[in-house]
Design a protein around this ligand. Structure first.
Ligand code: ARG
Length: 459
């Protein structure tokens, strides 16, 4: 006997291998609450156009609440034939309330139901992820304020470039994450468009009030084309891209910190609770937390890429290929959430080794400042850059640090050098030059902290 929702026209039962492949209950069960929520709202919409009586609606809604409680209590029994969460909930509703349950699905299809459930599910999770990213930003901002006096080498091409504040470096990651939060607003906008009422493909033949349905489910508007609505997974693709971008940002932070925690740098020490040891080498202290973040950061883009490939060339409207969307969405959410939390803990607990950072600074990193010194003596920048290059070369030739060249030697390179050149050989002076918005001077870094603190409160 065929107990499937769509079993009417079939005589033979489904092949067991196909049954397994076709079944999505093992992952889409995570949307049980959203499926119930959508169904209750739909029942109310049917009542308003007299397709359900007051009494039937109450029975259905109360029954759905009972179904939800079973899921909540982990007592919901998945039965053979429960292909997905929609099928399972409807089957169970019928067992609980009987006949009226069979009236609920009128005009609706799993095609508009599933997208509705996913949007409801994702909406809550996006808020959750937004808060999780914010917690990380908060940790970075707090550290930056506390450790504003720590100086370190800034790197380009991984070569020593110019001295910067450790806070300035850390905040560079906070700003990337702040942009990620802002970017999320656009995804929330498209998630908040309700597809329910699109049916399988052609729309809903009964005069349900979709706008009313939308507001009852907290959506801002409704989709305007049923064919578009049932085949649309752009919001999933955008979410996956967004998560990949966050993952990539975290992977770059992780990579820096892995490097900075090595003995060769030793700028930071990763906290015990975020490090692991080796089963063979007793001295080891491995930054596994950061390596996992770095690796998973990449695999998130794998999810995005693989789902985009599922979408590519798919015929219009609903096709079963789309069922893969949920695995991509759930996996991405879980992985991103966990690496965000681990990143937050790792950054919060790491120790900054102020002296190691400072000792890694070297005077040739001030060669740019020599050029700026000459510019302030009215020498055009290109010439000043050339002369500063000569200073570096002279120091190399004499095998001394550039700050050890005598005034006379400097004057041989350019008569513009004076005794005040001594001030150039000071890392803090160097850093303090960069007071323009976005620079590494203390005032500018404090401004960044202030802006981010305000942003955290306001948004
Ligand atoms: N489990 C299905 C999915 O996730 C629900 C939609 C099924 N629709 C259908 N026409 N078979 O995509």
């Amino acid at each position: 006997e065929n107990n499937k929702l769509w079993g009417g026209r079939f005589t033979e039962s489904t092949d067991t291998n196909l049954e397994k492949l076709n079944s999505s209950i093992n992952f889409d069960r995570r949307m049980f609450a959203e499926d119930v929520e959508g169904s209750k709202a739909y029942a109310e919409a049917l009542k308003k156009i007299n397709l359900l009586t007051e009494q039937e609606t109450t029975l259905i809604c109360d029954g759905l609440d009972k179904v939800k409680i079973e899921w909540d209590k982990n007592s919901f029994e998945i039965k053979e034939g429960d292909e997905d969460i929609h099928t399972a909930n409807e089957r169970r509703l019928k067992e609980i309330i009987g006949e009226p349950a069979t009236k609920l699905h009128v005009g609706r299809s799993r095609n508009d139901q599933v997208v509705t459930d996913m949007k409801l599910w994702l909406r809550t999770r996006l808020r959750d992820l937004d808060n999780t990213v914010r917690s990380l930003i908060k940790v970075i901002v707090t550290r930056s304020a506390n450790e504003i006096d720590v100086m370190m080498p800034g790197y380009t091409h991984l070569q020593r470039a110019q001295p910067v504040r450790w806070s300035h470096y850390l905040l560079s990651h906070a700003w990337n994450l702040q942009k990620d939060c802002n970017r999320l607003d656009d995804i929330v906008k498209i998630v908040n468009i309700l597809p329910l009422g699109s049916g399988a493909i052609a729309g809903n033949p009964f005069p349900i009030d979709r706008l009313d349905l939308a507001s009852s489910l907290g959506f801002n508007s409704v989709t305007q084309n049923s064919m578009q609505a049932v085949g649309d997974r752009d919001f999933i693709a955008e979410f996956l891209f967004w998560a990949s971008m966050v993952g990539i940002h975290l992977s770059r932070l992780a990579e820096d910190l892995i490097l900075y925690s090595s003995k060769e740098f030793e700028f930071v020490t990763i906290g015990d609770s975020y490090s692991t040891g080796s089963s063979l080498m007793p001295q080891k202290r491995n930054p596994d937390s950061l390596e996992l973040i770095r690796g998973i950061g990449g695999s998130l883009f794998g999810q995005c890429c693989s789902f985009m490939m599922v979408l590519k060339s798919l015929p219009s409207t609903y096709n079963k290929d789309l069922q893969y969307d949920k695995e991509a969405m759930f996996t991405t959410f879980d992985k991103l959430k966990s690496i965000l939390e681990v990143a937050t803990g790792t950054v919060e607990t790491l120790k900054i080794n102020q002296d190691k950072c400072k000792n890694a600074l070297s005077f040739e990193m001030l060669a740019t400042d020599v050029a700026y010194y000459l510019v302030r003596k009215k020498i055009p920048f290109r010439e000043a850059h050339y002369l500063a290059g000569k200073v570096v070369a002279e120091a190399e030739r004499k095998e001394v640090s550039i700050c050890d060249l005598t005034l006379e030697e400097l004057k041989n390179i350019s008569p513009a050098f004076g005794v005040d050149v001594g001030k150039v050989w000071n890392y803090e002076n160097s850093i303090e030059q960069y007071q323009t918005i976005g620079g590494t001077a203390k005032s500018s870094v404090m401004k960044q902290i202030d802006l981010l603190e305000k942003w955290l409160i306001q948004n």
